[in-house]
Write a protein that binds this ligand. Structure first.
Ligand code: OXD
Ligand code: MN
Length: 594
């Protein structure tokens, strides 16, 4: 098919892009093709169209200027990991933790669903940059989609439009991203990644994590693959700068599973008891890290916005996020109040007596159903965040002094511990686990192993991924220190022991002290925990026995954990699993037995 008339692009002359768009249009047969330029006028026009079609709804234009509300289909509210595939020629290259489909079979299967699926619809062509324009870290993608919601979200989450066409020029080096809503049925929903072709096809969903293809699909699944090939790392990590009382900023990258508080931690406001500290946000979800000329690891946030979990976001948990979302934000699956404001469980303010819930139905505060979906989201520009780091768009990134791994463990893991060295740190990351949250389908609360919080996002065999971490460690002359945190330890009654939120600064303080060669620690079989008195607990009403319980390492519990770890690692081909991981397992067993 050759594009003609209004379907012809005015924004690019890139032959490879045009030929590919023609090819996809032949398959999906849209009524028209719209080439995005990223302008404000385009945003206004598309928003007006989306309002007219009901795809988004208006909110109070004075209190929430530039904001709209969207509801997904009821069967389409989270990432569908069971329908997400890595399509490499060899099955073993996807590994035992990914779903795999042969590339030919995947193109055929999804091709049949895409066929004619855009008839009566517009296909939007969205060029986007993951990374900062002009940075050597950049990757460029072009997403074709039949969803205006996707276009409006991609405007916030990426640098898109003319800036991306300019950056791409005539190059054929871009990720080919195809998304179609098709009929949104679960049995015709697939999210397929083709690392060997730099291609992503996603069909049958309208949920952000499945359809904003720059985010999880490109910036993690494909990028992790690219990073391995090109010698860098794509990680599911927030990036923050912690400024101390002397004005020194230490940059930290931290991996937590989805919906475990990355956005809250990266926007943390220290309590009044900890004056002089300040947290600067660089990113809340993804870090691309390379070795700099100084031998340190430098990290860039490739995104331009936050796609954060709304429920639980409150003045207490994250006042900076609430300030960020006051304008130019897309709210998905939250409650709409009669005043055209938004509300969600855990907002702890302005609770409406009634409203329209995430399903679009009348809802009252006495309802036994939540008004907002537990995985309701806000999509908001990072530039609006009050604590955005002045370095967040630095094309070189920021130097990382510490890496934190964390999970939601009611019992096992102490509040914080430090690995013995980089290799042991890789093992700590590889053995991460967390209780399941609402960001993915499945049973809530169940413990699942989630190495480096990358289980759903690693685009290749995780055994090779562990090896890549170890190889990178061998090349970084000034490696970051590696820590593990657990804000979620509970007592016998299931009550959280640690106050969390802003008080987490106390743990970050100890971590930065360790990075500066200070901060006292005590050696345990699993790593270094803060020595008595090393964690600043002043002004915190925490009984001594609770403080001790938070840092306790129970060898019996860890021996049970060890058995589960062995089971998890047994999933991998023994020849592929790095010897260093096996050595660390043995070493942990020995230390525990002693
Ligand atoms: C996210 C996720 O949306 O991890 O960031 O699910
Ligand atoms: Mn995430």
């Amino acid at each position: 098919m050759v594009l003609s008339g209004r379907d012809k692009p005015k924004v690019t002359t890139n032959r490879t892009v045009i030929r590919w768009v023609e090819q996809i249009a032949e398959l999906t047969r849209p009524d028209r093709i719209y080439w995005c330029d990223g302008s404000e006028r385009e945003k206004d026009e598309l928003t007006a169209q989306a309002l007219a079609s009901g795809e988004v709804e208006a909110l109070d234009p004075y209190k929430l200027p530039g904001c709209v509300l969207h509801r997904t289909a009821q069967n389409d509210v989270a990432r569908t990991e069971g329908l997400t595939f890595i399509c490499t020629s060899g099955k073993e290259d996807a590994g035992p933790t990914n779903n795999w489909m042969a590339p030919d079979q995947a193109y055929k299967k999804l091709g049949a669903i895409f066929e004619g699926s855009m008839a009566g619809r517009t296909m939007y062509v969205i060029p986007f940059i993951m990374g900062v324009p002009g940075s050597a870290f950049n990757k460029i993608g072009v997403e074709l989609t039949d969803s205006i919601y996707v276009v409006l979200n991609m405007r916030i989450m990426t640098r898109m439009g003319r800036v991306a066409w300019d950056e791409l020029g005539d190059s054929s080096d871009f990720t080919r991203c195809l998304h179609g809503k098709a009929d949104l049925s679960l049995d015709r929903r697939f999210i397929c990644h083709f690392p060997e072709d730099n291609t992503i096809w996603s069909v049958g969903s309208g949920y952000g994590g499945n359809v904003l293809l720059g985010k999880k699909c490109l910036a993690l699944r494909l990028a992790s693959h690219m990073g391995r090939r090109e010698g860098w790392m794509a990680e599911h990590m927030l990036i923050l700068g912690l400024e101390d009382r002397k004005g020194k900023i230490t940059y930290i990258a931290a991996a937590f599973p989805s919906a475990c508080g990355k956005t809250n931690l990266t926007m943390l406001i220290p309590p009044v008891t900890q004056p002089g500290y300040r947290v600067w946000t660089v990113g809340d979800d993804i870090a691309w890290m390379r070795i700099g000329p100084d031998g340190r690891l430098w990290a860039v946030n490739p995104e331009a916005g936050f796609f954060g979990v709304a429920p639980g976001t409150s003045k207490k948990s994250n006042p900076n996020a609430l300030k960020t979302v006051r304008k130019n934000t897309i709210f998905t699956n939250v409650v709409k109040t009669p005043q055209n404001m938004v509300w969600w469980e855990g907002l702890d303010a302005d609770t409406p007596a009634e409203g329209i819930d995430w399903k679009g139905e009348h809802w009252t505060v006495d309802s036994d159903q939540p008004g907002a979906h537990p995985n309701a989201r806000f999509t908001t520009p990072a530039s609006q965040c009050p604590c955005i780091s002045p370095e967040w768009e630095n094309p070189q990134g920021v130097p990382i002094s510490a890496v934190i791994f964390g999970g939601r463990r009611a019992r096992l893991a102490p509040l914080v511990y430090q690995s013995f060295d980089f290799q042991h740190g890789v093992f700590v990351g590889a053995t991460m686990a967390s209780e399941r949250t609402a960001a993915q389908y499945g049973k809530l609360g169940e413990v699942r192993r989630d190495p480096m919080a990358m289980l759903p996002f690693c685009g290749y065999n995780m055994a090779d991924y562990f090896q890549h971490w170890l190889d990178m460690g061998g090349k970084i002359s000034q490696p970051p220190l590696i820590f593990h945190v657990n804000w979620f330890r509970t007592d016998q009654k299931g009550e959280l022991l640690w106050p969390g939120y802003g008080e987490n600064i106390r743990v970050l303080e100890w971590i930065t002290e360790r990075c500066a060669g200070q901060g006292k620690a005590h050696k345990t079989p699993i790593g270094y925990v803060p020595a008595d008195g090393a964690l600043d607990l002043s002004g915190l009403d925490l009984p001594e026995e609770v403080a001790q319980e938070l840092l306790r390492v129970d060898c019996q519990d860890w021996l049970e954990e060890l058995a589960q770890l062995k089971q998890f690692f047994a999933k991998f081909d023994d020849r592929r699993l790095p010897a260093e991981i096996k050595a660390e397992l043995d070493a942990l067993a020995k230390r525990l037995e002693q």
